[in-house]
Design a protein around this ligand. Structure first.
Ligand code: HEM
Ligand code: HEM
Length: 356
């Protein structure tokens, strides 16, 4: 804790110029994306394990609070990716270290250059949505939908502390908490290689979800779902987010379920990279052996839970019954929030008795 306070104080006082700020920005952007990925993988798994919750989650993504977060998320991913490439490149080119400062400024400029048109396109989707008098969940409900995550974080924290205590008891007080030099070398290399592999995957994913079609189009009926099941640009007949994911996950190129494989690679690379990054950050500030072990167990638990939920969802996939459940849930959400009879009929809610 004292080291954290020291870091914060010294960050403001130390005059390390651009190098210091890019280190801080890289760290903060990485941590922000780790937080998002926890919410996102758990939410996406509801499409398979509890479809009504997925409809609610996508409605929260379409709220003004998340729209602000979405702009911050895209900026964080873009900056972190370019800066990560810079870090990896210079690690292997010590003879060029005198150009580090200029390269760090270059990363900021390149990020701004890419983000400007991307933000314009994203803003276009936001305007389209609000011009059509779109349905928006009230802020209280958006916040309430995130509360179970706080419970989950607390539970994971307690489990990590218990495991760390047990570990310390078995291993003895003076036992090692640091990783061996060869393990640290492995993880150092993993961060660099995985970063390079993640870049095209995550840019592709974000391009699809924010530029080609915005977050708002995920649940738009008759809107293109990139790579629909029949192999053409398809309509999302029910207007549910579950059908959108179903269409993507049942797109085949030959025998390959292409988007499932894509999401699987993204899931594995991002989760391991993100939680090993978080472990490194926590270890910078924690020195007590119990606290260090608890941090390690916390990262392990979080990564394993996300890999199991996200991987499980990809393997099991989505069936027609899930789309029905999601349609019913969407009708309920809209009816609770005062949709007119015409709107409910347009959503096809008669069959669920939601129009009476
Ligand atoms: C898009 C491509 C990405 C690249 C090229 C990349 C690159 C890197 C590199 C090279 C490092 C090590 C930095 C160092 O040792 O000083 C790193 C650290 C980190 N990355 Fe990434 N990364 C990417 C995506 C992500 C994503 C998607 C997340 C979140 C899930 C993430 C979270 C982190 C965290 C938390 C750290 C530790 C930061 C620190 O120690 O200050 N990264 N990244
Ligand atoms: C607000 C921004 C985002 C939106 C709207 C979004 C949307 C989606 C959707 C609709 C899916 C379902 C599967 C599909 O259609 O391919 C999905 C899955 C996934 N997304 Fe995103 N995405 C966003 C940002 C991100 C970011 C920044 C990352 C990585 C750092 C990411 C990683 C993943 C992964 C790993 C999966 C697969 C999850 C699973 O296995 O259950 N997404 N995303």
């Amino acid at each position: 804790m004292t080291t954290l306070v020291l870091t914060l104080r010294e960050s403001l006082r130390y005059r390390g110029a651009i190098g210091q700020w890019s280190w801080l920005l890289h760290r903060l952007s990485g941590l922000g994306v780790v937080l998002f990925i926890v919410l996102h993988v758990v939410d996406t798994s509801w499409a398979v394990f509890y479809p009504p919750l997925y409809e609610e989650a996508i409605k929260t993504y379409q709220s003004p609070l998340f729209t602000l977060g979405e702009f911050a998320l895209v900026a964080s991913v873009v900056y972190h990716a370019f800066n990560g490439l810079r870090v990896a490149f210079f690690d292997y080119r010590p003879q060029l270290w005198r150009h580090q400062g200029r390269a760090a400024v270059g990363v900021l400029l390149l990020s701004g250059l890419l983000l400007t048109p991307v933000f314009v396109l994203m803003f276009g989707h936001v305007l389209d949505f609000y011009n059509e008098e779109a349905f928006v969940l009230p802020l209280e409900e958006v916040i309430r939908a995130q509360l179970p995550f706080l419970g989950g974080f607390a539970l994971a924290g307690i489990a990590a502390l218990l495991l760390a205590g047990l570990h310390s008891l078995v291993a003895g007080r003076g036992s090692q908490t640091a990783l061996s030099a060869s393990s640290e070398r492995f993880w150092w290399l993993y961060m660099r290689i995985s970063g390079v592999l993640i870049l095209p995957l995550v840019f592709g994913h974000l391009g699809m979800m924010h530029v080609v079609q915005g977050v708002f189009d995920i649940s738009a009926a008759e809107h293109l779902a990139v790579g629909a099941s029949e192999g053409q640009v398809g309509a999302n007949a029910t207007g549910t987010a579950v059908e959108f994911v179903h269409d993507r996950w049942s797109t085949f190129i030959g025998p390959l379920a292409i988007w499932r494989l894509y999401d699987f690679a993204l899931l594995v690379l991002v989760v391991i990279h993100g939680f090993n990054g978080l472990r490194g950050v926590l270890w910078d500030y924690l020195h007590h052996p119990l606290a260090k072990r608890a941090a390690l167990y916390l990262c392990l638990i979080a990564a394993l839970v996300l890999l199991a939920l996200g991987g499980g969802a990809l393997v099991i996939g989505i069936d027609e019954a899930a789309i029905d459940e999601a349609s019913r849930a969407l009708c309920e959400i809209r009816q609770t929030h005062g949709a007119t009879l015409e709107e409910l009929v347009e959503l096809g809610c008669e069959e669920f008795g939601e129009t009476s």
